[in-house]
Design a protein around this ligand. Sequence first.
Ligand code: SF4
Ligand code: SF4
Length: 91
Amino acid sequence: MAKEAKEARRAKTSSKRPKVVSIDVYKAWCKGCGICVAFCPKDVLAQDEEGHAYPKNIEACIACMQCELRCPDFAITVMTEERLNLGKGGR
Ligand code: SF4
Ligand code: SF4
């Protein structure tokens, strides 16, 4: 019984997690400071040879938005299904 309750809770939680569609870095604005990489709690981001951030492991992203919030240059955007739907006039 306890096991069933646990599984139900897990299913509920995972379905609430926003689905990440893409993580986009606008290279013209990214100065390669690495702040987003350092603050990402899931080790999703890395820097290329020029220092620009890129998603190396997008599947692990939990859409916490720390990278977006911490980027001093507004160069990184995490696109979730929810945000896409808002753009299409959804809720
Ligand atoms: S925090 Fe912003 S400027 Fe710094 S590496 Fe990440 S995306 Fe680039
Ligand atoms: S939204 Fe959170 S988990 Fe996803 S890349 Fe940004 S900091 Fe990492």
